[in-house]
Design a protein around this ligand. Structure first.
Ligand code: SAM
Length: 314
């Protein structure tokens, strides 16, 4: 039995109960009273919607987490349905084109994506090939985040990977990140100023760098403060904070077209970056605004197992 206060928010019965409490409807934007962020109910494939939220400001860092074209947990709902791969690539092409129109001369684009092992690993390879057509972008890294728990353990390798693609435009700022994992491997001797040194002495930190396989990030579950009951695709705050700290400076503009539970927004708020974000679903936009308000009022990053929509509790 689920320990969470409400079931998935993309379930129609729950959505219909929550909708009357959503302060924005389609096409509307919430203006942050502090002037830092803008949050909308908008569609990533609409050029007009994207222009509306950016207000001609250029984006330094995109962190995009689109639907993966994979039905998660056997659910095939309005939000997580599977479409024909050509249709999915057309959809991807449109939101990428909109992102690039808003991107600054020196910018970063991160895209979370999935690979359906039951269907020839779609849409990851098709998406990677699509990205080659954007000549202004350079492919930089293919990062994997390792979940602790997975599924499919009896007759197959347990699926524990989340894919993250990294592209840049121009020559943007990049700050090397470190994990909390201590360096244990001594060796790689080199003579510096006549003295033999080992790699531990030469290193800039006592801990290892995450590289492109992130093993040190816990996936979100109901015991964590950042957990959002009802959100089915929440990314760990630590992963988004790592991206923001590495690929932007204080005051930079970060954008996320698929807000969902507002993880990018909360990470941007914590780290002093401005953020524009939206979701085409008013329920998730409301959740995103509430999460920011709650963070500002209490310092809490989520609801853990409490209901973010207490108005609808039975
Ligand atoms: C995979 S989730 C994003 C998860 C998010 N990174 C988080 O940590 O909470 C994808 C979200 O995209 C939204 N979405 C789907 N199609 C969209 C579109 N065309 N425009 C904007 N949002 C869309 C869905 O409602 C869903 O909330």
């Amino acid at each position: 039995m689920s320990k969470e206060a409400i079931p998935r928010l993309d379930d129609d019965t729950i959505r219909n109960k929550v909708l009357p409490y959503c302060r924005l409807s389609s096409g509307e934007i919430w203006e942050d009273p502090t002037g830092q962020h803008r949050i909308g109910v908008l569609d990533a494939i609409s050029k007009d919607n994207c222009h509306k939220i950016s207000n001609k400001n250029k984006v330094d860092l995109f962190i995009q987490d689109p639907p993966y074209n994979i039905a998660v947990g056997n659910k095939n709902t309005n939000q997580l349905s599977r479409v024909n791969i050509d249709e999915y690539i057309k959809f991807s092409d449109e939101w990428i084109r909109n992102s690039l129109e808003m991107m600054s001369e020196n910018g970063h684009l991160y895209v979370w994506l999935g690979a359906d092992q039951k269907r020839g690993f779609q849409p990851l390879p098709e998406f990677m090939i699509l990205m080659r057509k954007y000549e202004e972008l350079t492919s930089r890294s293919f990062i994997s985040l390792r979940n602790q728990r997975g599924y499919g353990t009896q007759k197959n390798w347990m699926a524990v990977r989340q894919e993250l693609l990294y592209y840049t435009k121009g020559d943007p700022y990049f700050k090397v990140a470190y994990t909390d994992i201590p360096k244990v491997l001594k060796g790689y001797y080199k003579t510096i100023n006549g003295k033999i040194t080992d790699n531990l002495e030469r290193g800039k930190s006592d801990t290892i760098r995450p590289g492109n396989i992130w093993l040190d990030i816990q996936q979100v579950f109901y015991r964590m403060e950042e957990n959002i009951p009802g959100a089915y695709a929440q990314k760990p705050l630590k992963s988004i904070e790592r991206i923001i700290e590495t690929s932007s400076k204080k005051g930079d503009l970060v954008a996320d077209f698929f807000a969902h539970s507002g993880t990018t927004l909360i990470a941007a708020e914590k780290l002093g970056r401005r953020c524009i974000t939206f979701d085409r679903d008013p329920v998730f936009t409301e959740l995103t605004i509430r999460r920011l308000e709650r963070y500002r009022e209490t310092g809490k990053t989520g609801w853990q197992w409490e209901n973010p929509f207490p108005e609808i509790s039975n």
